[in-house]
Design a protein around this ligand. Sequence first.
Ligand code: ZN
Length: 134
Amino acid sequence: MAFKRMEGFVGSIPQKFADNRIPKCPMCGTDNPHWSIDERMGKMFTLNPEDNAHKYLFKCEQCGCILRVPVTDVMGTGRSVLSWQGLAKKVHGKETKSIYVAIENVGNAQSNQEYKEKEMTLEEINALAQQLNK
Ligand SMILES: [Zn+2]
């Protein structure tokens, strides 16, 4: 799949998640990241929950950075301990109520290289974006 804006009913959940929950790009600070979306299916036959989780990728139109969020977090099921994903988080010492966002690609700003593959909560991502204050 290639990055694109998701319109219509099926795509509206991840699109709304990106547009509403991450209104400002944490890498370049733009107020108009105009997130485009790609999906990455989880690998089968792996016991690592990070590898087998189905992820959404959000790409900033301004700087090209890519954020990665588990589909279960976007849909909300990852926040319950009763779900497999929620349980996997619990086992890995993560807070099940939080949404975790990983920075897959830092985009144009190479000075952000230290953030590559860092995983943060949604709150931390938004705090980072606010610091940029553009
Ligand atoms: Zn950006």
